[in-house]
Design a binder for this molecule. Structure first.
Ligand code: IDP
Ligand code: MG
Length: 150
């Protein structure tokens, strides 16, 4: 495992349902570190770019409509194995299949409105972090608890 960074979005359903705090709590409680955070509106260009791997899927237009419908919280998350750890905390894509104890399993109901996005792998994480954060917006800092999480 190595120290790595990943992109998380709290999607419009998470923001509108008042779940920002709960989602951040789940991530932070594991020891993962927030190194970037902002509330933003995603425009169609950013949405299409972010989800370009899905551009030929039948749900693409609906997904772009959904993710641009209302603000999202973008988080840059850092830590040992942060990419896989975040995916594990999120649960699988369809909340009907996600285990209890995961964010999607506990809070989500539909495959589209599934509360949270997290980068799938190292290549996606690098690409997606650049879409949402400039280098200056990623803050490197030491926390006193870091000796317990490394
Ligand atoms: P992931 O978010 O778990 O990585 P992906 O397959 O990359 O899942 O899909 C991206 C997003 O597209 C999902 O989080 C979900 O919001 C939406 N999505 C995926 N599959 C479907 C579907 O079959 N119908 C509607 N929306 C979908
Ligand atoms: Mg994905």
């Amino acid at each position: 495992m190595s120290n790595e960074s990943t992109l998380v979005l709290i999607k419009p359903d998470g923001v509108n349902r008042g779940l920002i705090g709960k989602v951040i709590d789940r991530l932070e409680s594991t020891g993962l570190k927030i190194i970037g955070m902002k509330l933003i509106s995603i425009d169609e260009e950013l949405a299409s770019n972010h989800y370009s791997e899905h551009k030929d899927k039948p749900f693409f237009a609906s997904l772009v409509d959904f993710i641009t419908s209302s603000p999202v919280v973008a988080l840059a998350i850092n830590g040992e194995g942060a990419i896989q750890k975040t995916r594990t905390i999120m649960g699988v894509t369809n909340p009907l299949d996600s285990s209890p104890g995961t964010i999607r399993g506990d809070f989500g109901l539909t495959v589209e409105k599934n509360i949270i996005h997290g980068s799938a792998n190292e290549e996606d994480a690098k690409r997606e972090l650049k879409l949402y954060f400039s280098d200056e917006e990623l803050i490197r800092y030491e926390r006193s608890i870091d000796i317990w999480t490394e």
